[in-house]
Design a protein around this ligand. Structure first.
Ligand code: NI
Length: 172
């Protein structure tokens, strides 16, 4: 399978607010998407990527929170089946909002059930960075970007910064 780097949508692109549909079948098309998403995530040095961010509106997520960058997780049609009452509050970033980091409240642990890249059911309990990452990426599938948890003032500043950055890049 050849892999291709996909273009990652940048906030405030309205396509980031699309709600993803469930994957009907884990077939060659989805396996190609997964391969391309992993390639794109590693190339951008990210810990997670949702299909929404590459303008594919189906419930597919790739994550690798390992230090060695050798432990890819693929979550297709993920559902959170249990969440801790305990919350955690840590800095988050996003490949769709480059160079912006801010604190978001998340469940300290979540149990997530999904299909893997072969279409088999998998379930695991995530803690720490992995838990945060699962919740962040699942928000993307609902059309939500982490900056939407921040104040209107911060969000406006981020929008302005992102639009300016895009204009500068266009000028080259
Ligand atoms: Ni993100």
């Amino acid at each position: 399978m050849t892999m291709a780097k996909l273009q990652i949508l940048r906030y405030p692109d309205p396509r980031l607010h699309t709600v993803a549909k469930p994957v009907p079948r884990v077939d060659a098309r989805i396996q190609q998407l997964v391969a391309d998403m992993l390639e794109s995530m590693y190339a951008a040095d990210g810990v997670g990527l949702a299909a929404t961010q590459v303008d594919v509106h189906e419930r597919v997520i790739v994550i690798d929170t390992s230090d060695a960058r050798d432990d890819p997780r693929v979550l297709i049609n993920p559902e959170i089946v249990a969440r801790s009452e305990e919350m955690t509050f840590a800095d988050e970033g996003c490949l769709s909002v480059p160079l912006i980091y801010d604190k978001v409240a998340r469940h300290a642990s979540v149990t997530v059930r999904s299909l893997d890249r072969h279409g088999a059911t998998q379930e695991f309990t995530a803690e720490g960075l992995l838990s945060i990452c699962v919740q962040h990426e699942m928000d993307h599938l609902l059309g939500k970007v982490f900056v939407e948890y921040l104040s209107q003032l911060k969000r406006d500043r981020i929008k302005t910064k992102m639009l300016k950055k895009s204009r500068e890049e266009e000028r080259g």
